[in-house]
Design a protein around this ligand. Structure first.
Ligand SMILES: C=CC1=C(C)c2cc3[nH]c(cc4nc(cc5[nH]c(cc1n2)c(C)c5CCC(=O)O)C(CCC(=O)O)=C4C)c(C)c3C=C
Ligand SMILES: [Fe+2]
Length: 330
């Protein structure tokens, strides 16, 4: 399994190293190298590492970054269920994809690698970069193994069922509204993958149209489908949920509406208790525990709301571990 990764420690130098590796990835900031380097060096690295380090400090666990600790717990739970070797790697920071592929393939009997990028929805900045890194490692070390990659699973019925099951204790509570808050993406990351050049984000309802060839790489379509499948499975009434996008960076045009704006609007419209679920992440991380549960709650309360509850990610929920174990079947 491959997840995103975190800094080694919640301190400015470690966060700077992490952000440098992350943001210099051409799949993440999709600009030519000189421009990317200039933006990262001049606009991001001078200030963001300190602010991000403080944010990490507010959620850091005794054993480390929540994303790493919870990913390791997921690995341990899956290991206990299947009789094949299991490893958890990180695209940025440690343990690297290279380290973990080499650990697994040190056993010469291994001929096939099942690779699970831990992202339900397709994006070049998450799925493609993880898969390309695995391919690079296999080529570099001339490994004689077959790579079998699990495709984005945004509407896989077993995944949806596990997601709903993991959210059930929260759905049973009293609430006014649920916000499905997905990690944002610059709109250009989506439109550049639309080979027709005339579909994605060119009309209001593009994500609802039957266009499987473009929707295979359309993050927005896929998050809308996850929401729709979840709502259907959980029996949510249409006026009780909405979709928003969090974690913007820089000046590009990002997908909207913005989660904080949506929370403000809901409070101003009289919502007192909101739930927020973040299905773009399978493990809790900085973006859920700090951006939503801490800062999002502040925004909601300042606008007149009473409480915001973050629905935890699936993490090592048994229903999710069962789904992964099923995918591990040859
Ligand atoms: C151009 C910048 C970014 C894109 C595009 C992007 C896409 C993207 N990211 C995730 C998942 C995660 N991102 C996380 C943190 C994070 N993301 C960005 C920037 C982009 N992400 C930054 C700069 C950071 C670092 C923290 C910060 O300074 O704000 C995390 C959390 C990592 C952790 O350690 O907990 C996750 C997870 C997805 C799914 C995605 C595209 C859909
Ligand atoms: Fe991100």
């Amino acid at each position: 399994m491959a997840n995103l990764g975190s800094p080694d420690a919640p301190v400015t130098p470690a966060v700077r190293r992490y952000l440098h590796q992350f943001l210099m990835d051409p799949y993440v900031i999709q600009l030519p190298w000189p421009l990317r380097k200039a933006i990262v060096s001049l606009f991001v690295l001078p200030t963001r590492p300190k602010a991000s380090a403080e944010a990490y400090q507010s959620v850091w666990m005794e054993q480390g970054s929540p994303l790493i600790v919870l990913s390791e717990k997921l690995k341990a739970a899956l290991k206990a269920k299947v009789d094949v070797p299991v490893e958890m790697a990180m695209r940025y920071g440690k343990p690297s994809i290279e380290e973990k592929i080499l650990t697994l393939t040190a056993d010469k009997e291994i001929t096939e690698l099942l690779y699970i990028p831990l992202y339900p929805h397709f994006a070049d900045s998450t799925v493609t970069t993880s898969v390309e890194e695995a391919k690079r490692v296999i080529k570099k070390h001339r490994l004689d193994i077959q790579l079998r990659t699990v495709e984005p699973f945004y509407d896989n019925p077993d995944y949806i069922e596990a997601l709903v099951k993991s959210a059930e204790p929260y759905l049973e509570q009293d609430y006014d509204h649920i916000v499905f808050s997905y990690h944002g993406l610059p709109e250009s990351h989506i439109t550049k993958l639309d080979a027709t050049g005339e579909h994605c984000l060119k009309q209001q309802n593009c994500c609802q149209l039957n266009k499987p060839e473009v929707h295979k790489t359309c993050y927005r379509h896929q998050v809308m489908r996850t929401t729709q499948c979840f709502a259907l499975q959980a029996g949510l009434a249409e006026n009780r949920y909405s979709v928003a996008f969090q974690s913007r960076l820089g000046r590009a045009k990002w997908l909207g509406p913005n989660t904080e704006d949506r929370l403000e609007e809901l409070a101003q419209a009289g919502a007192k208790k909101v739930l927020v679920i973040c299905p773009a992440f399978v493990t809790d991380c900085l973006e859920t525990l700090e951006e939503i549960a801490i800062r999002g709650e502040e925004v909601f309360k300042q606008a007149g709301g009473h409480s915001l509850s973050l629905i935890p990610c699936m993490n090592d929920h048994p229903a999710w571990v069962d789904v992964l174990a099923d995918w591990c079947q040859p």
